[in-house]
Design a protein around this ligand. Structure first.
Ligand SMILES: [Fe+2]
Length: 165
């Protein structure tokens, strides 16, 4: 990495930022899952999302390694994008299920946008081969985002019933 201004540098920074986002997502999901045991479907989805986030983080590590960036460097990296999602991640310390679901919808929208941007950056950096892997992760984020959006009315109703009980 030279002056930090080449398309490849921007792309690699983007990969590192998204790696941190995935890492935070794993921690947030782990924490929130303890509050959702009485929402079985949501709980199962969160477990699947956590497994996928782990796989996604691994894919990002592989891409970084492909472009000569070591894993230890990945773990130290902190970028501006992370500060943006930190607000979402903090929702994980709250046991209010509804609030956490709304935060998760925002988090997924961020991740979809992030992978979409990475696809463009990969091509600009001459790494078009990375596209397939990035799009796979993007589709997974879309799937979870769609599920959350579609199931929000049900989750709100369940939430109300439980509060009234
Ligand atoms: Fe993810």
């Amino acid at each position: 990495m030279s002056d930090g201004n080449t398309a490849l540098d921007v792309y690699l920074t983007g990969l590192r930022n998204q790696h941190l986002v995935e890492t935070q997502a794993i921690g947030t999901l782990q924490n929130e899952m303890s509050y959702t045991t009485d929402y079985p479907e949501l709980h199962a989805r969160m477990q699947a999302d956590k497994d996928r986030s782990t796989a996604q983080a691994g894919r990002l590590e592989d891409l970084l390694a492909r472009h000569g960036s070591s894993k230890s460097y990945v773990k130290e990296a902190v970028g501006g994008a992370v500060a943006t999602v930190a607000g979402f991640a903090h929702a994980g310390s709250d046991d209010d299920v509804l609030k956490n679901v709304l935060a998760a919808i925002g988090y997924k929208a961020y991740e979809i946008g992030s992978y979409k941007a990475l696809v463009v950056l990969a091509e600009a950096a001459g790494a078009a081969d990375d596209r397939t892997v990035l799009e796979q992760s993007m589709r997974e984020e879309e799937e979870m985002g769609d599920w959350l959006g579609e199931n929000l009315p049900n989750l709100v109703n369940t939430y109300l019933r439980k509060r009234a009980a």
